[in-house]
Design a protein around this ligand. Sequence first.
Ligand code: CP
Ligand code: NVA
Length: 321
Amino acid sequence: MRHLLTLNDLSFMETRQLCQAALLYKQSRYSRNISQFPLADTTTVLLFEKPSLRTRISFEIAAQELGGRSLYLSPQEVGLGKRESIADVAHVLSAYAQTVVIRTFSHTIIEEFAENASIPVINGLTDLSHPCQGLTDVFTIYEHFGPHRPITIAYIGDGNNVANSLLQTAAHMGMSIRLAVPSGFTPNQKALQNAEKAAIYTGADIHITDNPLEAAENADVVYTDVWVSMGQEQETKQRTQIFAQYQVNDTILRAAKPDAVIMHPLPAHRGFEITDNALDGAQSIVFTQAENRLHMQKAILALLAGDTYVFANKSLALAAE
Ligand code: CP
Ligand code: NVA
């Protein structure tokens, strides 16, 4: 039994295997030649304390397409640690379900839940990290550029949950990453240290600057996320001023490689962290990125369910590298 709370729960080899498995799921979605149903007769509960479109729907459909059921508990219903202690909820859900996906505020909530759960717990976003997003992001880059092109990602904006996870998945994949963040908004120190540890083996280069143009220069991927994350709404005015120079727009795109792609986890705040032109232009792959959440959630669910079929598949070429 294992959890996925942050990227520290995966080896860099497993990150690569997950990308390969997600690709297999994507290619075989309608042909069902991965004809196993690793979640048959199981229930995946989604316990969400913040809103969601992509994470909720992709996990629900992934669980169902892998032969299982899904059940969603909305922010109004949960009351984790309020209506009932976190530990008690973990014990109760462990008896009913086989997997739980949690979206919450403080990362300590999901840690306490996992300590008391006897079923796999998946982080569907906390204030600290968004591992399923980070895994999808590197899968999308790998799918787009193939395994042979050396990749540099320019992340521009807030050193938030999405940045923390992308930093680590990029390092796992050997993709270099430059983060342009204002001072005081750098990524989490532990996430950075863990990324640097992985980078020793994978050869990824990690660089932090406060200059968006420096990060974007000759980059293969230009990535941004909202300036105001869920739960930070009271800081909107202050953050909008601080991040004003960290917008992904035509100037940033001109600095990147001509065939660079634009990524954003969505939802986007158009006209703030990204312009309409950038988000809707030919270089944007944001909707492929959103679609890929589904394929990656399948790979994650299968891995945590102990599925041997998709992970033992001979075509997991990356894993064999
Ligand atoms: N990217 C992402 O996690 O989207 P949702 O908040 O809609 O789940
Ligand atoms: N950083 C954003 C990501 C949303 C998918 C947030 O936490 O709100």
